[in-house]
Design a protein around this ligand. Structure first.
Ligand code: GLY
Length: 351
């Protein structure tokens, strides 16, 4: 088992290992000793696979358990589902000393985290990510949110969990297509600051616990340096401004991992075209994405993507912070105007 500290304003641990799910009861009791009742928030897919076992581990240590399930998919990350969950917690009479377990992928984690941040003005929660993407990125760092019809993650809060428990055995039931979405975020970590990770990803045999730990350690270092996303944390948005725009214009039919893959390629193409980045960087990125069956292109026009990007939460007035790849394993931040970003997208589509 690997333990990574996340020493933010409210420090916590990320524990990573295979077959560690059974630790949830004891760990919750230690971390939230006054909790009597635990609400497990999950989705209908994960519910059939893992709800019973997580419930049992909590009941065994004497905790009361309620469960609330949502329909799987980004379309559920909205205000209606959010209010239904809040009502569910209130009807189950969860108090401020009780806790929530977010059992699922990125959608469940973001939504349950935002519910935890705001129910009774904030109660403790644990993340048990069940997708690779959630293990390496969304479960760590305390970003919680729901979407609005005009854009992704537009309502949210920074609210750190008390624990992230990553049991990589849970990935055995993940469809390969959804597993590959996680590799998109892992490639992102390599591209923005870990050339060795890119070499590891090119191999055929990976130690998934080590790979998850490498990404979580990188994320922990970045989040600790900039918990509230004012500076260096924006590096984690490599490929995400274009990616979120593609997700949004596609009505969330393009998954987050695939949209980010396309976004990273477009950002790198633009950087190559404008002379910021060597061509080898683009070639390496494309080879890795291909290895994990991730896309490199989109049929959406530059205009449609730009239109989506104008509603991005990262926009600040007429500007946004752009993540520019400049070498293999190195990205830099630059502030550009929306007009310059349109030019950037055109370069990304056309080169
Ligand atoms: N997923 C990007 C971040 O947590 O900052």
């Amino acid at each position: 088992m690997i333990t990574i500290d996340v020493p933010v304003s409210k420090p916590y641990e990320v524990v990573i290992g295979t077959g560690i799910l059974s630790q949830i009861g004891n760990r919750l009791q230690q971390l939230v000793p006054q909790a009597k009742k635990i609400a497990i928030i999950t989705d209908d897919n994960v519910k059939t696979l893992y709800l019973a076992v997580v419930k049992q581990h909590l009941l065994t240590v004497g905790l009361e358990v309620v469960d609330l399930s949502i329909r799987p998919g980004e379309a559920s990350k909205n205000s209606d589902t959010y209010i239904k969950l809040q009502n569910g917690l209130a009807e189950a009479a969860l108090t401020g000393t009780d806790a929530i377990v977010a059992l699922g992928g990125g959608v469940v984690g973001d939504l349950a985290g935002f519910v935890a941040a705001t129910y009774l003005r904030g109660i403790s929660y644990v993340q048990i990510p069940t997708s690779l993407l959630a293990m390496v990125d969304s479960s760590v760092g305390g970003k919680t949110a729901i979407d609005l019809p005009v854009g992704k993650n537009l309502v949210g809060a920074f609210y750190q969990p008390v624990l992230v428990l990553c049991d990589t055995a849970l990935l055995e039931t993940l469809p390969v297509d959804i597993l590959n979405d996680g590799y998109s975020e892992i490639i992102k970590y390599g591209m923005l600051g870990h050339p060795e990770l890119l070499k590891t990803l090119a191999k055929d045999q990976l130690d998934l616990n080590e790979v998850v730990a490498t990404c979580v350690k990188m994320k922990s270092d970045i989040v600790c340096a900039d918990e509230f996303d004012k500076g260096i944390r924006k590096l984690l948005n490599f490929g995400h401004t274009i990616g979120h725009a593609i997700e949004q214009v596609s009505g969330y039919t393009v998954s987050h991992g695939k949209a980010v893959a396309i976004g990273m390629v477009m950002d790198t193409r633009a950087a190559v075209a404008l002379g910021y980045c060597p061509l080898e960087c683009l070639a390496l990125l494309r080879r890795l994405l291909e290895k994990y069956n991730l896309p490199s292109s989109t049929t959406y026009s530059a205009e449609a993507i730009y239109e989506g990007a104008t509603r991005d939460k990262k926009r600040e007035g007429d500007q946004l912070t752009n993540v520019v790849p400049c070498a293999v394993g190195k990205c830099e931040l630059t502030t550009i105007s929306m007009a310059e970003f349109y030019h950037w997208i055109k370069k990304g589509v056309n080169v």
